[in-house]
Design a protein around this ligand. Structure first.
Ligand code: DAH
Length: 338
């Protein structure tokens, strides 16, 4: 019997398998109801007591060797899987998805509102020349916005610069298209400003332009009122304050009525209840003319708004820097926003 066990030990050590079926057949051959271990145990019962003390440990070692072999060949044995409570048929917990950036959520919503009014989306380059950012928009040569302090010039070349506003896309589109045109132009802009809670050297704007015959200031006002009501709610009121931009005449700034219910309302509206959201005006005839559109036939309106500013209002965000730091504790608060 000693020899028999020794032989089986050698067989077990030498066994090789090429599939799960073979592992299972091996297991049954040794440990099964009619297996080799069963035969050995039956024979073991018959041997004299003094021999049992030697053979017993040998039999145990053989059984262990078989079990180890099966386990090594099949990874985790079936009985172990059951014991661990692992349920391979259970549906998975799902893949955690990222969140949309709040600036994207707001940009998309604004663009959607204008698309529903028949505006088409246009985009232009971020690296621009003087004509598209300033001269083509009726900026006089000595205008302070061209100053080194505001504008990033590329390699000190006064004609290669990062656009300071998306109004440059107006010029590009007027070059390309014939009126009528109704465009909404989102994009990134750059200004040489110190970074703080309220200012950044890079931010986002959305520009609007509508040129056709007989476009009036009333069209501008109704378009912006409709936008404000879609975005801020159906009871929203707006007001227009006279302002100045080189490329529009007359020009205005638009405020929405925010209310004065809370201390925060008082603080952010400086006690007035009104909040500025954008600049706008009737396209200056000089701009139409400079871009090959006859101001005696056509007129138009334009507007421009900062996406960060509107996003800060919508979500009550107090510090502009949050948008660009990629802190997941900030970004995860927008899970579920479309
Ligand atoms: N470009 C202006 C800015 O960056 C915003 C603006 C004002 C755009 C009036 C316009 C407009 O199209 O008509 O501050």
């Amino acid at each position: 019997m000693k020899d028999r066990i020794g032989q089986l030990m050698a067989d077990v050590a030498a066994a090789e398998f090429s599939g799960e079926d073979e592992v299972e057949a091996f297991r049954v051959a040794y440990l099964g109801r009619k297996g080799k271990m069963k035969d050995l145990m039956a024979a073991f019962k018959e041997v004299p007591g003094d021999q049992k003390r030697v053979l017993g440990p040998m039999l145990n070692a053989l059984k262990q060797a078989v079990e180890d072999k099966v386990k090594a060949a099949s990874g985790v044995s079936a009985s172990k899987v059951k014991a661990s409570g692992l349920d391979a048929t259970r549906p998975s917990g799902g893949v955690p998805l990222g969140t949309h950036h709040p600036l994207q959520v707001v940009r998309r919503e604004i663009v959607d509102i204008f698309q529903n009014m028949g505006f088409a989306v246009a985009e232009g380059p971020e690296i621009e020349d003087d004509w598209h950012v300033f001269s083509g928009l009726n900026f006089p040569p000595e205008h302070p916005a061209r100053d080194m302090q505001d504008t990033f010039f590329v390699e000190r070349n006064p004609d290669v610069l990062l656009r300071t506003h998306t109004s440059s896309v107006q010029v590009r589109e007027m070059e390309k298209r014939e009126p009528p045109m109704r465009l909404i132009m989102p994009g990134r802009v750059f200004r040489n400003e110190a970074i703080s809670a309220r200012a950044h050297c890079m931010f986002h704007q959305i520009e609007g332009l509508y040129i056709d015959k007989d476009v009036s200031f009333a069209d501008l006002k109704q378009t912006l009122l409709h936008f404000a009501r879609c975005f801020f709610g159906p009871d929203t009121d707006i007001r227009l304050r006279p302002s100045y931009f080189p490329f529009t005449e007359p020009s205005a700034e638009v405020d929405v009525y925010w209310g004065l219910k809370t201390e925060v309302d008082k603080r952010i509206t400086k006690g007035t209840g009104w909040l500025e959201i954008l600049g706008c005006g009737m396209v200056d005839p000089n701009v139409l003319e400079a871009n090959g559109i006859d101001p005696n036939v056509y007129s138009g309106f334009a507007f421009g708004m900062g996406i960060e500013r509107i996003t800060m209002l919508r979500y009550q965000i107090g510090d502009l820097r949050h948008f660009f730091e990629n802190d997941r504790r900030f970004l995860n608060q927008f899970a579920g926003e479309r």
